[in-house]
Design a protein around this ligand. Structure first.
Ligand code: SAM
Length: 211
């Protein structure tokens, strides 16, 4: 619950907490990605590729209580014109300084969970970092890094290799267009026609595969 004043009041009234939970009084609105997190097993080992400032990481922690959550992002400013509309390109007005600040803030934001060993922050490119893990290490992976086709294709390939049989390979921004010119959709559509993987759901621009 986000509204602590309301929560404190509800706690004082016998039976009110149960009703508040049932009808979601005082709770943050359900995000468009909540259905995906509802499919992710609790207390599992997962990874988020592309962390930015950690907003979705916080939602993952809150809703799925992972045993290990690996946060992977290079926090590297991209100067090329291709990235002029990206949060880690032209939209980061202070360039690499801003990326360093985001990295530092994510470290502070999850300090408690890092100390507890539940969150592991990796500063690096997705494929380099995932390569360091043994095959079938993860229960699930969420792909939300570089959205250009070649990168998503590689992220999907490596994630497939690093996810357990029965595990989930998921991600964001399944849509036409964007500065990435539909790269996520193209790579996902291609994988969906492949062998040994089941496309479970496409909803709210999210994709979910089961290995
Ligand atoms: C769309 S943002 C991630 C948003 C985050 N998942 C959320 O929902 O709050 C994309 C992030 O991907 C990161 N990124 C770019 N290229 C990457 C790569 N090759 N591997 C991992 N992360 C990458 C960027 O630095 C940026 O922080």
């Amino acid at each position: 619950m986000r509204n602590t004043g309301l929560r404190a009041l509800i706690k004082k009234i016998p039976g009110a907490m149960r009703l508040a939970k049932r009808f979601r009084v005082g709770s943050p609105p359900r995000s468009h990605r909540r259905f995906l997190l509802d499919m992710v097993p609790e207390h599992a080992v997962g990874a988020e590729i592309g962390v930015h400032i950690g907003d979705f990481s916080a939602e993952i922690l809150r809703t799925t209580s992972p045993r290990e959550l690996h946060l992977i992002d290079p926090w590297e400013h991209q100067k090329s014109d291709v990235y002029k509309s990206a949060w880690y390109g032209g939209q980061a007005k202070s360039g690499q300084t801003e990326m360093d600040e985001r990295f530092a803030n994510v470290g502070k934001r999850f300090d408690e969970q890092v100390q507890a060993g539940r969150v592991i922050i990796h500063r690096g490119f997705s494929t380099d970092i995932l390569d360091q893990f043994s095959d079938a290490y993860f229960d699930w992976i969420y792909i939300d890094g570089n959205h250009l086709y070649d990168y998503v294709k590689k992220d999907l390939q490596v994630s497939f290799q690093k996810t357990k049989p029965g595990g989930l390979i998921t991600g964001d921004d399944y849509a036409e267009g964007g500065w990435w010119d539909g790269g996520v959709k193209k790579a996902v559509d291609e994988l969906a026609t492949g062998e040994g993987i089941e496309l479970v759901e496409l909803r709210n621009h999210q994709f979910i595969f089961r290995k």
